[in-house]
Design a protein around this ligand. Structure first.
Ligand SMILES: NC(=O)CCC(=O)C(=O)O
Length: 265
C-alpha cells in the first residue's frame, strides 16, 4: 500500500441464511467501490450467512473455498485489496467465524478466526473460537484484524499494536442498544494504540435484532474521518499512514509502558 489509502466500507444488509444471494450482492458492491476509486474494500461480519446459527454447518463455506474463489477473482479484476469481513466457515466439522484478507494479486495474505465468542447472540453454542491473533502484512504495511465483540478486549488490540499494526480492521454485526459502546470503544482503541481503527458494521434487522451500521474510520488521534448512518451505503475515507509513526514519536506511549508492573493474568 502507498502512504495514502482510499478505503471503502461496505455497510450492507445481509440476507439471512442465503450465501448465494449475499455473494451476488457483494460482487456488485465491490464493483461499485472500485468505480469509486477504492484501494481497499472492507466487508462486515458473517456476510455470507448472517446469524443463521441453527443451520450454520449446512450453509457455511467449506475451508473458505467459495470466499477465496470469489474474493481472489474480484481483487484481481478490480486491482484492489479486500478485507473480506468474516464468513461462517466449516473446517473439520467445526464452524468458525473467519476472516480472509486479499492483496490485489488475489493472494490470501491474512486469516483470522474470532477468538471471543459473543454469548448474547449464542455464538458459543454453534461456533468454535480461534486461537491465534490476526496480525499480518498487507502490501508491506503491518495490519491487524479482529471481529466485532473482540473490540471489548483491550489486550487483543494492544497485542496487535505491539506487533506493529498501523491499522486494525473490525468487521461487525453489532446491534442496538449498544451504539454508545461501539463508538467510544473504537475511538479509545485508536487513541490508546495510536493507530487507525476501520470498521464495517451491517445494517438491517434479523428477528428482533436491529443492526445500526455506523461503520467508521478513526485516525490515531481519535478523530472520526467517516461514519455511516443506519442505511445501506458505501463509506469512503482516505487515510495517511504517515501519521502513525509521527504520533507514536510525539507521545511515546510504547516507550513509556511499564509491562514489568502490569498484571499478567
Ligand atoms: N457480533 C458480535 O460480536 C456482537 C458484539 C456486540 O454486540 C457487543 O455488544 O459486544
Amino acid at each position: 500500500m502507498t502512504q495514502q489509502v482510499r478505503l471503502a466500507l461496505l455497510q450492507m444488509d445481509i440476507a439471512f441464511g442465503q450465501p448465494e444471494v449475499n455473494r451476488a450482492k457483494v460482487r456488485e458492491l465491490i464493483a461499485e467501490a472500485a468505480a469509486g476509486g477504492a484501494d481497499l474494500v472492507v466487508l462486515p461480519e458473517l456476510w455470507n450467512t448472517g446469524y443463521s446459527l441453527t443451520n450454520i454447518a449446512e450453509i457455511a463455506d467449506h475451508d473458505g473455498q467459495e470466499t477465496i474463489a470469489l474474493m481472489s477473482e474480484l481483487s484481481r479484476l478490480h486491482n484492489l485489496n479486500i478485507h473480506a469481513g468474516s464468513v461462517a466457515n466449516l473446517v473439520d466439522g467445526k464452524v468458525y467465524n473467519s476472516t480472509f484478507v486479499f492483496n490485489s494479486q488475489g493472494e490470501v495474505v491474512g486469516r483470522y478466526s474470532k477468538m471471543h465468542l459473543f454469548r448474547l447472540m449464542d455464538e458459543e453454542k454453534y461456533l468454535e473460537s480461534g486461537n491465534e491473533i490476526g496480525l499480518f502484512e498487507l502490501d508491506g504495511v503491518p495490519v491487524g484484524t479482529m471481529i466485532c465483540y473482540d473490540l471489548r478486549f483491550p489486550e487483543l488490540t494492544r497485542s496487535l499494536s505491539l506487533g506493529g499494526a498501523q491499522i486494525v480492521f473490525l468487521p461487525a454485526e453489532w446491534p442496538h442498544p449498544r451504539l454508545n459502546h461501539w463508538r467510544h470503544l473504537q475511538i479509545a482503541r485508536a487513541i490508546e494504540n495510536q493507530m487507525f481503527m476501520v470498521s464495517a458494521n451491517r445494517v438491517g434487522v434479523a428477528g428482533e435484532t436491529a443492526f445500526f451500521g455506523h461503520s467508521m474510520v478513526v485516525d490515531p488521534w481519535g478523530e472520526i474521518l467517516v461514519e455511516g448512518d443506519e442505511s445501506e451505503q458505501i463509506l469512503y475515507a482516505t487515510v495517511d499512514l504517515g501519521i502513525v509513526p509521527e504520533i507514536r514519536s510525539r507521545i511515546p506511549i510504547f516507550e513509556d509502558r511499564r509491562p514489568d508492573l502490569y498484571t499478567k493474568k
